[in-house]
Write a protein that binds this ligand. Sequence first.
Ligand code: ADP
Length: 543
Amino acid sequence: ETKTRERLPAIPQGIDKSTFIKALDELGDQLGTDNVEVNEKPLVDGWYMEHPNTHDMMPILDDEELVASAVVYPSSTEEVQRIVLWANKYSIPIFPISMGRNLGYGGAAPRVRGSVVIDLGKRMNKILDINPNDYTCLVEPGVSFYALYEAIQAKGYDHMWIDTPDLGGGSVIGNTLDRGVGYTPYGDHWACHSGLEVVLPTGEVIRTGMGALPGNNTWQTFPYGFGPYSDGIFSQSNFGIVTKMGMTLMPNPGGYESFMYAFQKEGDLEALIEIIRPLRIGNILENVAQVRHAIQTLAVKGLPRTKYFSGDGPIPEEIVREQLRKMPIGDHTWLYYGMSYGPPHIRKYKLDIIDQEFKKIPGARKIDPSTLPEDEYFWSRDRIAAGVPDLVELLWVNWVPNGAHVAFSPVSPIRGADAMKLFNLGKRRHDEFGIDFLPAFCVGLREMHLIVEIVYDKNDPVKRKAANDCLREMIDDAAKEGYGEYRTHLVLMDQVAGTYSWNDGALMKFNERLKDALDPNGILAPGKSGIWPARYRGRGWEM
Ligand code: ADP
């Protein structure tokens, strides 16, 4: 539901309002006045497809915390350079976004209130190249997974697939830089990219990998080039603004088939994960597969939970089960969603092994997809695992009124004991804070992410606080057991970064040295991933 909020004006700290307005006018002279917008209107939340670029539409702190002072729209790498030089001149914090659909992790919001958001995607949205022989592409920040998919279809390139995350409206660059994942064999987006063009915080432009060699034709086919591999420092960081990125595309495997298994008991998770590990590492299970808890089968129907339960606190398990029994898949606790690729005889070979292994768990059932109606969530997973962008995953946001979501996402090896430990840790804290526990395990190649989305009523300050408190406890609990998050919301970045503390915080010290060398004035996305420039460090910005 769209909500308009009352608000205070936001200007960057350390600059007075008139100097700031004068500085914006100066930038307007360079970019065109239409491309510099002061954020003085009420904050409107919109929804996924019409999301704001001025603030986090899924706030977990006070509305005024993560708010931009202005938004600017460069049209080229040169204009990004000019913005960076301008920010240095006035010591104004800038925060780049590609499309700002990073919902659940902060959306378009800057970490520091009053930052100027650089919305790269609005005008820099070209697909610069699609190469049908090399199976690669080169994109600008405003290219979404939908746009890339549609461009490949429009060219009739049936031999190439893209990989899409759960929601296809986000930017290919934004998602990849945040190390997001998709569900084909090319699901590790960061691992599948090749080559970046980056504007550094001091205004220089570099091309990484083969891009540094003038006249090369290998930028999108060999990611490393020569010398230190620099791409890594530009992911989940505040060391540069990425203006172009190369991405590899997957060959059409010549057939595919989604499958789903249902498991009865909560404790089946342990044995299931043990079965999954060798199959996944051995590539019999070929994609980032999901093991989802039954409550999600209900939530993703898109109906509010009050339809099933009017009480406070977590919905009782009996009620979930009673509802499941009325649904096509029937009663279960865990669902495995996977896909097999290739022509029928290749698939059969793999699917037979999988069937034999999964059925070792008493009560395991293979669900026949032909029994499932068209609107069943299974078909959304089927599209996504075939590289077809989709939006159905959004539906569970309706679980509560004014539904917003924020994720807890620790990683572990693919081990049954770890899965149970993380499951119990999350469940205990959700029960304590009276929140429905919606866990899903996403199995990468040698690791799995537990993804727990807390869905909360963002208009209720008590629910916001419960979500934040619950997350903070889980992050600490997990760290005590040796688990860390792979990605997190802006407001949790300091805490998560703090858990990666081996050898007296040596990694953060290294990041801070890089930050100070690359961004001496500390203008680029201060605080992102817990990395604060010298100017801000130890002055109470951390939270
Ligand atoms: P998406 O629209 O794909 O969900 P966003 O544009 O919200 O992604 O980007 C996610 C995060 O990644 C942003 O908050 C920002 O910190 C970072 N980011 C996105 N695009 C760039 C970029 N081109 N250069 C540097 N950092 C970026």
